[in-house]
Design a protein around this ligand. Structure first.
Ligand SMILES: Nc1nc2c(ncn2[C@@H]2O[C@H](COP(=O)(O)OP(=O)(O)O)[C@@H](O)[C@H]2O)c(=O)[nH]1
Ligand SMILES: [Mg+2]
Length: 301
């Protein structure tokens, strides 16, 4: 299946939410604009974005004399695409590069590290995986399976070890072996979020200090956690000064608008999105494609 089709399939639940206001022949009247605003809020796009998008489109419709709901769809996609914070770089393309993956438990960090490492390795990039989620033995084993399956070296230590010292060792090995892309998995669960943030802060500091390549901190967010995901993202960003986002499980929600809200509010670029469990479902993010798939622009459905 082509990538855009996979994206569309992944976002089909969200699109169903958006579709309701775009039935053919629908008239653009006051009720339509109210419905549109409500729909955008319900899709978790955030009140600020919902209001400004609706206001702008309303003006555009008046200016261009758009009277049918289906005529608004393309304009809506363009407007939504513009709400994302643009990406200026991609740490998986600009090498050498070290990326730390942070986020709460279950967000998709470990599988994302495994998938990105495999894709880069298959393209001939020399990768190294760091298993710094020493909080759970299962996390280390899960990552080892990915590493072994793809034939990618991995550095880790036994459960309970200091994650910052794992990072130190990972970078030492990267230097010794000439690894170009270093992907480090971290833990998502500690007793309190204050403990987690201070531990991750130390991991980031040690990694930056030891690295002789740029270090980026990427938050992995599970889209199905909705507004909670947004508050988590703010907390992580305040504590760690994030560089970018990966939003997973967009296939598991009808409120894919959360991706817009998080990128817009935190002023952070989205680097990849997850629209399913397969490797191909971890896609590069393109704001126009995402917005078109979300609102079903250009196909009359
Ligand atoms: N449906 C779906 N599942 C995903 C996606 N990304 C990750 N997952 C699943 O989410 C679960 C938790 O992922 P994991 O990497 O262990 O999360 P971690 O605790 O943050 O390391 C796994 O079963 C993944 O296969 C996605 O985009 N869509
Ligand atoms: Mg994990």
């Amino acid at each position: 299946m082509a990538l855009f089709d996979r994206l569309k399939e992944g976002l089909s639940r969200s699109r169903a939410t958006m579709n309701e206001i775009f039935y053919m022949g629908g008239q653009v009247d006051d009720a339509f604009w109210e419905d549109l605003e409500d729909t955008l809020v319900m899709a978790d796009m955030g009140a600020e974005v919902a209001f400004s998008v609706t206001d702008d489109l309303r003006e555009q419709a008046a200016r261009e004399n758009l009277t049918r709901a289906d005529q608004i769809r393309d304009a809506l996609a363009t407007r939504i695409a513009g709400e994302f914070t643009p990406r200026k770089w991609d740490p998986f393309d600009y090498l050498p590069s070290c990326v730390l993956f942070v986020g709460i438990n279950g967000a998709g960090k470990t599988t994302t590290v495994g998938k990105l490492a495999k894709v880069a390795h298959d393209q001939g990039t020399k990768c190294l995986i760091g298993g710094a989620d020493t909080f759970r033995a299962a996390a280390i084993e899960q990552l080892e399976i990915w590493a072994q399956r793809s034939g990618i070296p991995m550095v880790t230590r036994k459960r309970g070890s200091d994650p910052a010292s794992v990072c130190f060792e990972v970078l030492e090995q990267a230097e010794n072996t000439g690894a170009q892309l270093v992907l480090i998995d971290t833990a998502g669960r500690l007793h309190t979020s204050a403990d987690l943030m201070s531990e991750l802060g130390k991991v980031v500091r040690v990694t930056r200090k030891r690295a002789n390549m740029p270090v980026k901190v990427i938050l992995v967010v599970d889209a199905t956690t909705g507004q909670n995901g947004l508050s988590q993202a703010k907390e992580f960003n305040d504590a760690l000064d994030l560089d970018g986002l990966i939003i997973t499980k967009l296939d598991g929600t009808a409120k894919g608008g959360i991706a817009v809200a998080i990128s817009h509010e935190l002023k952070l670029p989205i680097l990849r999105i997850g629209v399913g469990e397969a490797i191909e479902d971890l896609q590069r993010f393109n704001a126009n494609d995402f917005a078109r798939a979300l609102v079903g622009a250009g196909e009359g459905n």
